[in-house]
Ligand binder design. Structure first.
Ligand code: XUL
Ligand code: CO
Length: 439
């Protein structure tokens, strides 16, 4: 294998061409990395990241059909393929102009027949990853351990009824944290793929939740021991593969973390396709996590409103990205998190250039969202209206409610003096019309 081998021949660094026409899809028309908006470059606001598993390991197979995506890097034995894949990925990151990537331990290097062998594979491939990171300046947004695909985890990892399986997950996680340190990962994600249940009859929910919390506590302890400086993130998802997953949505995870005293050690990685699976609107969990100071990162993708599963499509809806970016700006950015494209090209999108087109389209969609959100915030019309809507809390009794000093006796006195409140319009359509002005 030659590190110089070019996998995306004929494609050079993707340029910013704001005047390009509708048919030009191999350039950015909105994402201008160096442009400064509200005191920060677009690159810093957006912190884009490419995910390894979909974009470089995805085969296009689905439960009804075989592989459709045949990638040139899959050649030779599994370790040779892993190295070629990594070189292809870094060529892609560089040509696309994205500074971060994310991966699972098992998509970076193949699992061996023992833990020792798996760890050796991971050591060897991550040596190359470190070298490519140094050469290109591309960094790891987050690492995660795949604690859901191997058959040993079919009844759960941290929530498995057999402690022997939990121990395997712990051993795998220990290595994952070492790898995060080695590669300078800025975050570490826990997605509980099999942490949930299919039937309540065979499940001790209380025990499983406690085991999961204790598993996280072991992770926190080991992180501190090795001096790993990264943000831990939990990624909520309500269902699929389990019928019910413990990390159902943002509020369930926040409740879990607070219940077990873990809230200072974790934030959330919100994936909007998971949010909509939970029956919420696209931006719901981004907003809820942010309100609680727990929004750490975003798996920037989308589902199909007419499909009830996790389709992991590239986000192409400007309204949605505007809502997300408004929240991101209002909380002062996502750093050390980012916008990770946990998204896959459709199994029918079989050309190599489709990988570029998908990422460029999604990056431009978020860039437009960012530009729109900046205009909304700088114009301040919605903010002013909102301030006015809640203005009764800025003085008198309202202020006492605001600071927590009001009593029910105060409420009674107030009503005895002031009687029935006025009817006030909520003006929803007015807000919606103003919002649409910016889209
Ligand atoms: C699964 C999912 C995962 C996590 C990382 O739906 O989103 O890829 O992001 O394990
Ligand atoms: Co995800």
């Amino acid at each position: 294998m030659s590190e110089q081998e070019e996998f995306f021949a004929g494609i050079s660094k993707i340029p910013y061409q704001p005047t390009a026409g509708p048919g030009d899809v191999m350039c950015f028309k909105h994402y201008n990395a160096e442009e400064v908006l509200m005191g920060r470059t677009m690159e810093d606001w957006l912190r884009f990241s490419v995910c390894y598993w979909h974009s470089f390991c995805g085969t296009g197979a689905d439960p009804f059909g075989f592989q459709t995506l045949h990638r040139p890097w899959n050649k030779g034995n599994p370790m040779e393929s892993a190295k070629r894949r990594l070189c292809a990925a870094f060529e892609f990151f560089t040509k696309l102009g994205v500074k971060y990537y994310t991966f699972h331990d098992r998509d970076m290097a193949p699992e061996g027949s023992t833990l020792k062998e798996s760890n050796m594979n991971l050591d060897e491939i991550t040596d190359l990853a470190l070298q490519l990171q140094k050469q290109t300046g591309v960094k790891v947004l987050w690492v995660t351990c795949n604690l859901f695909a191997h058959p040993r985890y079919m009844n759960g990892a941290a929530t498995n009824p057999d402690c022997h399986v939990l121990a395997y997950a712990g051993a795998q996680l220990k290595k994952g944290l070492d790898i995060a340190k080695k590669l300078g990962a800025e975050n570490f994600v826990f997605w509980g793929g099999r942490e949930g249940f299919l039937s309540m009859h065979n499940t001790d929910v209380s025990a499983e939740l406690k085991h999961m919390a204790n598993f996280f506590k072991m992770a926190v302890k080991y992180k501190e021991k090795i001096g790993l400086k990264c943000q831990f993130l939990i990624e909520p998802k309500p269902k699929e593969p389990c019928r019910h997953q413990y990390d159902y949505d943002a509020m369930s995870v926040i409740g879990f973390l607070k219940h077990f005293g873990l809230e200072n050690h974790f934030k959330l990685n919100i994936e909007p396709n998971h949010t909509t699976l939970a029956g919420h609107s696209y931006e719901h969990d981004v907003v809820m996590a942010s309100v609680f100071g727990m929004l750490g990162s975003v798996d920037a993708n989308t589902g199909s409103p007419d499909l009830g599963w996790d389709t992991d499509q590239f986000p192409m809806d400007i309204r949605n990205t505007t809502m997300v970016m408004k929240t991101v700006i209002e909380q002062g950015g996502l750093q050390p998190g980012g916008l990770n494209f946990d998204a896959k090209v459709r199994r029918e999108s079989t050309d190599l250039e489709d990988l570029f087109i998908a990422h460029i389209g999604a990056m431009d969609t978020f860039a437009r969202g960012l530009r729109n959100a900046v205009r909304i915030i700088e114009d301040g019309i919605i903010t002013d209206k909102l301030k006015e809507r809640y203005s009764s809390f800025s003085h008198g009794l309202g202020q006492k409610v605001e600071d927590g000093s009001a009593t029910l006796e105060d409420m009674e006195d107030y009503i005895q003096q002031n009687g029935e409140p006025n009817v006030t319009s909520g003006k929803q359509e007015k807000y919606e019309s103003i919002f649409n002005h910016y889209i």
